[in-house]
Every structure is written in C-alpha cells, then in structure tokens.
Design a protein. Sequence first.
Length: 399
Amino acid sequence: MLKGKKIILGVCGSIAAYKSALLVRELVKNGAQVKVIMTDAAKEFIGPLTLATVSKNPVESSFVKNDQGEWTNHVELGLWADLMLIAPASANTIGKLANGLCDNLLTATYLSARCPVVIAPAMDLDMYQHPSVLGNLDALKSFGNQIIDAEHGELASGLVGKGRMAEPEHITTYLESYFGRSQALAGKKVLITAGPTLEHLDPVRFIGNHSSGKMGYEIANRCYEQGAEVTIVSGPVQVKKDYDAINVVSVQSADEMLDATLNHFPDTDIAIFAAAVADYKPKTKADQKIKKNDDSMSIELVKNKDIAKEMGLIKSQNKKQFTVGFALETNNEEENARKKLEKKNFDMIVLNSLQDKGAGFKHNTNKISIIDRNNITKFELKSKAEVAYDIVESIIERL
Ligand code: CTP
C-alpha cells in the first residue's frame, strides 16, 4: 500500500527518536520513498548518518545546506510529499505546530506542506496529560492533522503509563490503511450542500444564519482524499476547501441552492445535505432599499422548498443513489432524526444534539450520532475534521 508514496518523516528530540531508524526501515521496506528532517535536538538522540543510510536520502535539518549559502527549500519538500509524518513529535514541536511557530526546517516544512499530516507524539506521562499539550493536540486535530495516540508502557523516566511513541509497525499499519482506504470512493461523484442560505429582503438586507460551512467542507475534503469527484453547492462562507480539484458552485438563496443541486443531482452517486437552508424566505424582495418610515414593520415569509426532500423524490427513480442528511435537534433527538430519515428518503442521517456541549454551528468540534434504518452509532466529541472522517467512513461501509 505504501508503494511509491513519498513521505517526509520529521524527527524531534525525544528518546523515542532511536526508533526512527526502525520506522524508516519499515516504511522503505513497504515501498515508500522517505526523506527525513531532523530538529537539532533529535540529533542528540540519533545520528543523521543512520537515518540517511536507512532512508537512502540525505537528511535535512538546517535552512542552509552548506558554506556557499545554498538553502534547503522547505516549500519544495512540502510539495514533494504525499504525506508528512512527525514521529516522534515532542511536546515542544507540537506546541510550535499548534501555534504557527516556525524556527526550524521541520516546522517550516509543516507550514508549507499541502499534504495530510500525521503526528505520533512521544513524551513522559505527566507531560502527555498536561492541559497545554492536550489543547495543542486538539488544535492540530482541528487543522485536520491526524494524531496517532501514544501507547502505554514503561517510559524513559521509569514511570509507567501513556506516552510512548506508537511502535513503528503500528505507525506503518496506520499509514497503510490510510493510503489503502484512499481509493474507496474512486469513480464516485459526490455532491455536498454546505453553509447557510441568505434570503434577501432588499438589495442590502437578508435573513441568514450562523452556519460556517466547516462541516460540509471537511466532508468534501475527506471524500476527495478517498478518490471521489466532489462538487460543493455552497452558501456564502469564509471557509476554504483543501484541494483545488474540488468544484465549488457558489449560491446565496435557498432557491439558487435548489437549482444548482437539481443540476448536479442526476449525475451524483452520493449526495450529502450539510447546508443550513433557511426554511422561509420573504414573500417579496424590494428592488430598492427599504426606508424606515413606520414605527413597526412586519415581513411576510413563505416556505422554501426542502432541497433534500425534493432530491429524495427524484432518487426514488434511481435507487442506487446514496443520500445523507443532517438533523440538529434539541429534544426527542433520535425520534425526530428518524422521522427526517423517512420523510426525506435518506439512507443515513447525522444527528447533532444542541444539548451536547461543543456541538453545533459556532464550534470547531461536533458530537454526532449516525442513524440508518437499522442502527444508531454514537460518537465522542471530536474536531469537525475527525467527525468528517467518521461520516465518510460510515458512508463507505454502507455503499
Ligand atoms: N434541508 C434542505 N432544504 C431545506 C431544509 C433542510 O435540504 N429547505 C436539509 C438539511 O440540509 C438537512 C436536513 O434537510 O440535511 C434537515 O434539516 P433541518 O433543518 O433539521 O430539518 P427541517 O426539515 O427543516 O426540520 P425542522 O422543523 O426541525 O427545522
């Protein structure tokens, strides 16, 4: 599975750095090309010559290559890689990555890399439990980085607990399954609605909502990484897609979102309705800015069409299409979500409960349950990037 994959291995100053030689050997044995970047501290624990020999590539650690002032191009390194693995990742480097600090070649390459980043921390028991480290790991997860949790065992200090870097074979297996899975949606066309809709009252005013679009865009990124051809029909959002090849159709109102979705839906294998579509729109839109003449004003609203429901009706003729909806509920959550599953002819529905702390519009985290006609699976509070993994994995399992 790692055949031909280009991997940058970042090695930090940690006693676990001695295992990097074994890790490189495992990766190379499985067909990967590996380039190693070491921090200065890492060199106290393992010699660059060892890692250069096992990786069959020069080891980089400095911005300047030689006395002639030739520099090591971290941007090129970042673009070269299919994946950047930082193992062992020390508390110090994790702190820098989480905060955009960039004082060595490893951190500069991290900031330049467009590829997925996988981080395997290693540190002592109490350090790994410290709120600052946990907060930094959460920040990295929210950027979409993947963390291979440290393992339990005897630590260099003599303490026993969690903090050992995951064993090289476990890291290799993780990467194999990561790359192996990445073709699960090859040949599939995925359509995702995302963000809010804005319903205009006049040329300058609208009724809208706080949806950031993060959830829909993260799902789009994950589907793309799994080999799918992805289109997002997107309301106005600040969030950016990770990949140029993801097609974005920008819309404002629910009517525009419906039209764009109708255009793409017949050709779609999987549709995911993550948008927070306004249920109502003003009955009329004034051509000119409305003046404040009276002491009060009322706006008559009329119902928008339900995009997911409309697609559910079309889907009845093409039973191979797989559709996924979202339900944001405050009470009788499971029952209400199941009603939506039926009413909108979804194959799967993702339930967020507003009762859960950290779930919903304004957070980087979400806590979901995935419901289909037979099962309900409840997940922990996670970053939206990780939740997107869970959702896409759940779709793949059901296809
Ligand atoms: N949805 C849609 N078009 C609409 C409204 C909702 O496509 N006009 C989709 C959402 O993207 C989501 C699902 O339907 O996937 C459920 O949305 P939600 O607002 O929870 O459901 P409603 O049917 O509007 O029910 P409620 O009365 O709870 O607001």
